[in-house]
Design a binder for this molecule. Structure first.
Ligand code: SAM
Length: 439
C-alpha cells in the first residue's frame, strides 16, 4: 500500500510514520510513504501557494496551479482523496474500500481549503474525517492512512483482528479484560475465566449487541442480526434511554382551536381512524399516553364510546392488541385541561412542543411564533423532562395555540410542493424521527 500526501508540511508525518505498528509496516515494506509539497511547484515572482478568496471574506485559499502540478508529478497516484469537512464521511467501510487500492494520494488542505475548480481538473474524492474542523488535512491524513494501512495483509499480527473489531459487522466491540482477575474488588466476568469457548463467544456477542444498543443504536439497522440476537435485544428493551424517551412523551391530539377549511378558527370533528391509528402508533413507540382534546360534549361521548368498545367492551375482548393500544388514549375538554392531566401524571409541568406542515409562520404571527428545535434537540428534552407533543386536527392548530407552545418541530417534507399529511400519518413520521426504531 503506497500513500502519497500532498502537503505544505511534510515534516508533520516524520514521527507518526516511523513509530509503533505503522513504523513496522514501513520497515516490512507493507506500507510505503512519500510526500509532495505544492510549494515546490510554485512559479512566478510571488512564491505563495494561496491567495485571497473571490467574493471577499476571511482567510486564504490554496491555488490551483501548484496543486495540479503536484498531482501530475506523482507517477502512480491511485485515487486522489481531497480532505475536507464537506466530503463523504470516512468510516470503516470506506477504509476497507480504500485498502483494496495499491496506491492512494491524499491532498491535505490548509487555510480555508482549496480552489473549488480542482474537482473539474482532476477526479478527486472529497473525504471528511468527521463533523469538526481541523487546522489542516495532515492530522486527518494520518488517521485515514492508519485506518487503511492496518487492513493491509500482514500489517497486524493476526489479519483476522480486523474482522472482529468495532464497525466490522455494524456492531461496537465487546469489552476486554486482562490480569489481574480481581482489581480492588472489580472482578473479571466469570464466563471469561472458565475456558468454555462457546460460552465466551456467546457472551461477547451479547455484550457487543448491548453496547451498540446503548451507545450507537443507529448502527444496529445495518447489522446482520439472527433470531437469537433479536431475542436478546428484546430482553434488553428496558435499557433506560430507549424506555425513557417514549415514556416522557405525551401526545395531545387537539381538535380545538384549529384552523378550518374556510380559514376560520373553530372545532374539528373527531375521526375514529385517528383515535385508533395514533393510539396504535403511540403504543408501538412506547409513548406514555394520547389525549384527544375536544370541547364538544357529544364528541367526547363518541370518543369514550369508541375507546370503551375497544378496551373493556366487546371489541377489546376479541382484539387484545387493540385494547392494549387504546388503553393509553384519554379524553380532555381543553388544551389547558390536557396539559394539567399530563402534569399530574408526570409529577411536573411538561415542556410543550408543537408541529405544523408550514415552513413559515403566518405573517401576523411571526413575532410570537415558537422557535424551531431539531429532532435531536427534542430527543434531549425527552431525556430530561416530560414533553407534550401537540398535533392539530382540521387544517392544523390555530396560530394562537401554536404561539403558546415552547418550540416547534421541523415540518415533514418542507421542500416539496405537497406536504399536507393526514394527522395520523404525520404522527407516525414525527414519532419515528423523534423516537427512532433503535432507541
Ligand atoms: C481550517 S480547515 C478549512 C475549513 C473550511 N473552510 C470549512 O469550513 O469547511 C483547513 C483544512 O483542514 C482540513 N480539514 C479540516 N477539518 C477536516 C475534517 N473534518 N475532515 C477532513 N479534513 C479536514 C481540510 O483539508 C481543510 O481544507
Amino acid at each position: 500500500m503506497h500513500f502519497t500526501c500532498i502537503t505544505l508540511f511534510p515534516e508533520f508525518f516524520a514521527s507518526p510514520m516511523a513509530c509503533a505498528l505503522m513504523g513496522k509496516g514501513v520497515d516490512k515494506g507493507i506500507v510505503s510513504f512519500a510526500t509532495v509539497n505544492p510549494r515546490d511547484f510554485v512559479t512566478g515572482n510571488y512564491k505563495g501557494v494561496d491567495d485571497r478568496p473571490y467574493g471577499g471574506g476571511p482567510g486564504m485559499v490554496m491555488q490551483l496551479e501548484p496543486l495540479c502540478r503536484a498531482i501530475e508529478s506523482i507517477p502512480q497516484p491511485g485515487p486522489v482523496l481531497l480532505l475536507t469537512p464537506r466530503g463523504r464521511p470516512f468510516d470503516q467501510a470506506m477504509a476497507r474500500e480504500l485498502a483494496a487500492q495499491p496506491a492512494l494520494t491524499i491532498l491535505c488542505g490548509r487555510y480555508e481549503g482549496v480552489d473549488a475548480r480542482l474537482g473539474a481538473l482532476h477526479p478527486v474524492i472529497e473525504v471528511s474525517l468527521g463533523d469538526f474542523v481541523l487546522n489542516g488535512g495532515e492530522a486527518a491524513a494520518l488517521c485515514l492512512m492508519e485506518a487503511v494501512a492496518r487492513l493491509a495483509p500482514g500489517f497486524m499480527g493476526k489479519d483476522e483482528s480486523g474482522d472482529d473489531e468495532s464497525f466490522s459487522n455494524s456492531l461496537l466491540e465487546y469489552p476486554h479484560y486482562t490480569r489481574p482477575e480481581d482489581h480492588a474488588g472489580h472482578r473479571v466476568p466469570e464466563v471469561l475465566l472458565g475456558g468454555d469457548h462457546g460460552a465466551v463467544k456467546a457472551w461477547r456477542r451479547r455484550e457487543a449487541l448491548r453496547t451498540t444498543l446503548e451507545r450507537r443504536p443507529d448502527l444496529l439497522a445495518a447489522a446482520p442480526l439472527s433470531a437469537e440476537d433479536y431475542a436478546y435485544l428484546r430482553s434488553l428493551e428496558q435499557t433506560p434511554s430507549r424506555r425513557k424517551l417514549g415514556r416522557n412523551l405525551h401526545i395531545l391530539h387537539v381538535h380545538s382551536p384549529v384552523r378550518l377549511k374556510e380559514g376560520r378558527t373553530g372545532v374539528a370533528s373527531l375521526t375514529t381512524f385517528d383515535i385508533h391509528d395514533i393510539g396504535r402508533v403511540s403504543c408501538c413507540y412506547g409513548v406514555s399516553d394520547v389525549t384527544v382534546v375536544t370541547p364538544l360534549e357529544d364528541q367526547q361521548a363518541l370518543a369514550h364510546r369508541v375507546l370503551g368498545h375497544w378496551t373493556i367492551g366487546a371489541g377489546g375482548r376479541v382484539n387484545a392488541h387493540r385494547a392494549q393500544a387504546l388503553s393509553r388514549v384519554r379524553v380532555a375538554s381543553s388544551l389547558e385541561e390536557a396539559l394539567r392531566m399530563v402534569e399530574e401524571a408526570a409529577g411536573r409541568p411538561p415542556r410543550v412542543l408543537t408541529t405544523s406542515a408550514l415552513a413559515e409562520a403566518p405573517r401576523r404571527y411571526r413575532k410570537q411564533w415558537p422557535g424551531l428545535v431539531s429532532f435531536a434537540e427534542a430527543r434531549r428534552w425527552l431525556e430530561e423532562s416530560p414533553v407534550c407533543l401537540l398535533l392539530g386536527a382540521g387544517h392544523g392548530l390555530a396560530p394562537e395555540a401554536m404561539c403558546a407552545a415552547q418550540a416547534l418541530l421541523p415540518p415533514i417534507r418542507p421542500l416539496d410542493a405537497y406536504n399536507h399529511l393526514p394527522v395520523r400519518a404525520a404522527a407516525t413520521a414525527i414519532l419515528d424521527r423523534l423516537l427512532q426504531d433503535a432507541w
